[in-house]
Design a protein around this ligand. Structure first.
Ligand code: NAD
Ligand code: TYD
Length: 351
């Protein structure tokens, strides 16, 4: 059985990747390494936590000696690296923690893999999961980020992810480390932490709280259902070429305000409210500093070379997401009250 290390597996996207690999790849033993920051929640993985091919390891990727020890003790064939600080707003108020986890943490993993694999890279792979935000912002409709778009990060978050991407590529050209990178657009779906746009809006709608739209709501994001991202990661991990970058996205652009209005209408139906009632909660608030105007991904390379395409239409994905939050209000309640962090308190010694 091959051992695969997935970092950040207790987070939003990571938990879907862990579930997919534990369930669809019984030939692997999956190690989920996560520091369980505010964004990590083991409740996301309750359905697979007792699987025989799954082990959770609590630990911080910023701790170099811990990472060295973990990677030298277990013969990992692959590392799929998702652990990160991921919220742009948090990066504006605390950039340094983004440097530590996203840059230093990534370099610690690269160093440990390089030292342990000692130049014998056959059958090994270091997969770095990144974001389209490294490309900066788009203005003209009809333009898209492609894999060769020049990096132009504009927030501390995207600058830290861009830096980590550069380190990953440098470890291939300098040490020959077998790497692959993907840059994905905004994800949505179950288990999304309710301070990001879609789950925050769903939470506030349920609780009749104001819906804070930044600026005029004109910024555009390209939304992909999280399970489709997990499938793309599976495909790229197995079939992607060493040293390559693949953009992942669903050609699904929405202005923030239009998206919030669609959500309001859907929630009116789901909650039995009068048509138009929910959208009265929309409140325009001060814009985010340096707010990127538009992201849009061209995923042609991934679809033509590796045959990946998103499986879900947005309407279906959004309805599945809303239904998940409505039937998992305990999860939402635990996360917003902080209760979720008590679930595993004392269960893992960690580092
Ligand atoms: P998330 O914030 O929901 O989860 C991050 C996970 O990493 C959490 O479980 C957290 O506990 C863990 N973590 C944080 N710091 C750590 C550390 N120092 N050591 C070990 N674990 C640590 O993030 P997400 O939205 O699931 O994003 C996952 C990855 O995908 C990130 O690398 C992000 O940049 C990338 N990405 C996200 C999106 C998106 O829309 N959310 C889009 C494209 C790419
Ligand atoms: P977010 O989910 O934070 O993702 P990102 O900034 O990485 O794209 O935000 C998505 C968009 O929604 C972004 O343009 C900022 C905007 N936004 C709001 O208008 N209100 C909010 O409360 C939040 C969290 C985001």
């Amino acid at each position: 059985m091959k051992n695969i290390l997935i970092t950040g597996g207790a987070g939003f996207i990571g938990s879907h990747v862990v579930r997919r690999f534990v369930t669809n790849h019984p030939e692997y033993h999956i190690y989920n390494l996560d520091a369980l920051t505010y964004a990590g929640n083991l409740e996301n993985l309750r359905d697979v936590e007792n699987a025989s091919n799954y082990t959770f390891v609590k630990g911080d990727i910023v701790d170099a000696s811990f990472i060295d020890q973990l990677i030298s003790e277990t013969d990992f064939h692959g590392i799929i690296h998702l652990a990160a600080e991921s919220h742009v707003d948090r990066s504006i108020s605390d950039p340094l923690s983004f440097v530590m986890t996203n840059v230093v943490g990534t370099v610690n993993l690269l160093n440990a893999a390089r030292k342990t694999w000692k130049g014998d890279f056959s059958g090994r792979r270091f997969y770095h999961v990144s974001t389209d935000e490294v490309y900066g912002e788009l203005h003209d409709p009809g333009t898209f980020f492609v894999e060769t778009t020049k990096y132009d990060p504009r927030s501390p978050y995207s600058a830290s992810k861009a830096s980590s991407d550069h380190f990953v590529r440098a470890y291939q050209s300098t040490y020959g480390l077998p790497i692959v990178i993907s840059n994905c657009s905004n994800n949505y779906g179950p288990n999304h932490f309710p301070e990001k746009l879609i789950p925050l809006m769903i939470h506030n709608i349920i609780n009749n709280k104001p819906l804070p739209v930044y600026g005029k709501g004109e910024n555009v994001r390209d939304w992909l259902f999280v399970e489709d991202h997990a499938i793309a990661i599976d495909v790229i991990f197995h079939d992607g070429k060493n040293g390559e970058t693949y953009n992942i996205g669903g050609h699904n652009e929405w202005k923030n305000l239009d998206l919030v209005l669609v959500l309001c209408r859907l929630m009116d139906q789901k909650l039995g409210r009068e048509k138009g009632e929910t959208e009265k909660l929309i409140t325009y608030v001060t814009d985010r500093a340096g707010h990127d105007l538009r992201y849009a991904i061209d995923a042609t390379k991934l679809s033509e070379e590796l045959g990946w395409k998103p499986s879900l239409q947005f309407e279906e994905g959004l309805e599945r997401t809303v239904d998940w939050y409505l039937s998992n209000q305990e999860w939402l309640q635990n996360v917003t009250s902080g209760e979720y962090q008590k679930y595993y308190e004392g269960m893992y010694a960690g580092r």
